[in-house]
Ligand binder design. Structure first.
Ligand code: TRP
Length: 342
């Protein structure tokens, strides 16, 4: 079991990042560690160049995201935690793979189409080749499990296509260069929506801060945001089916269930028939109890620049070592001359 995933180091981490992705990394880290596997989680800072960005912000948010990941339970003793920029093998393999990836494949990527919109000519080349770097990220470690959100499934399929074509074109059948990675989309990975609009994902790009719970919010702020969260006047039903047409209510119940590590039906078994006047304070207490300790660790670690640098340096060292054999095989398979090691 080789788990590999990347996370964009953008903005303030919120509850959606935690319940949707980070908490799942922690589970997989523990599973891989217990089974003698490997778990690599990295900050996709090289991917940030695909969109306009501010270098100072990128630097700060990269460090902030490392602090977040560790505060949420990623343990540098159990997983390899690093940022792409310190492991040049990712960018190197990406170039080798651009010989295999086809323009047509990249043209079909929905993320490219969405982000480029009508202005394809004006986009950076990096936005177009973004999925090739992502393929390199996972193929370089022979990843077997890649935890991602539903929106990244297509990029993983592309990584498989690239690996398959590369193996076909350049490797012997009995000695493939790359393992075909599997997307790992846990069913229970909660899709957390905005507190103001149950049809939109909770997101850092939403203008109103009231729409999300940041992992850095203090207890009063969390309680306030939950109190003001959009709902409807109906009491809660006793089963999830009763929430079909009530996206905001469904979202709050789902958040509660995810934090309590139970099912929405179990939550409704407890709160069915109650109004939000009773449910919201209980939810605020739960949020504070679960997220408070994460915030405290985060706040402490964020200021400890030395510790953060040390975590990333150690992770990068491990990652470079793990990346080298596959990168060497890829160079060799392509007939690139690199001399003999001294
Ligand atoms: N594209 C991913 C996202 O936006 C981040 C990412 C970069 C990634 N490289 C990866 C995810 C490799 C999984 C594996 O969420």
């Amino acid at each position: 079991m080789i788990v590999v995933s990347g996370i964009q180091p953008t903005g303030k981490p919120h509850l959606g990042n935690y319940l949707g992705a980070i908490r799942n990394y922690v589970k997989l880290q523990d599973e891989a560690h217990a089974n003698g596997g490997q778990c690599l989680i990295f900050l996709a800072d090289l991917h940030a160049l695909s969109m306009p960005h501010d270098p100072a912000d990128l630097h700060a948010s990269t460090l902030e995201m490392v602090a977040t990941l560790v505060a949420c339970g990623l343990d540098p003793a159990k997983c390899v935690l690093f940022n792409q920029a310190q492991v040049p093998q990712h960018a190197e393999l990406q170039w080798l793979l651009t010989g295999t990836a086809r323009m047509g494949w990249l043209n079909r990527m929905t993320q490219w189409k969405d982000k480029a919109g009508k202005n394809r000519e004006g986009q950076s080349v990096a936005l177009f080749t973004y999925p090739v770097l992502q393929a390199a990220d996972v193929l370089i470690y022979q990843a077997t499990h890649v935890p991602v959100g539903e929106d990244q499934k297509q990029h993983l399929e592309l990584a498989r296509d690239i690996a398959q074509k590369f193996n076909n074109d350049f490797a012997n059948e009995d000695a493939p260069v790359f393992t075909l990675p599997e997307p790992y989309i846990p069913e229970e990975a909660a899709r957390i929506m905005s507190l103001r609009d149950g049809s939109r994902k909770m997101s850092k790009s939403e203008p109103s801060d009231m729409s999300r719970i940041n992992l850095t919010d203090d207890a009063d702020t969390m309680a306030q945001k939950i109190k003001k969260a959009k709902t409807d006047p109906e009491p809660l039903p006793s089963e999830v089916a009763g929430l079909a047409e009530r996206p905001e209510a469904l979202n709050l119940v789902s958040i509660y269930a995810a934090l309590a590590e139970t099912t929405p039906d179990a939550v409704l078994a407890e709160f069915g028939g109650e109004g939000f006047g009773k449910f919201k304070p209980a939810m605020a207490d739960l949020c504070v109890a679960k997220l408070g300790p994460i915030r405290d660790r985060f706040v402490e670690l964020k200021e400890d620049r030395e510790a953060l640098d040390a975590i990333l340096a150690r992770g990068a060292l491990q990652a470079r070592e793990l990346a080298t054999p596959t990168l060497d095989s890829a160079y060799q398979a392509l007939g690139l001359v690199r001399g003999r090691p001294a």
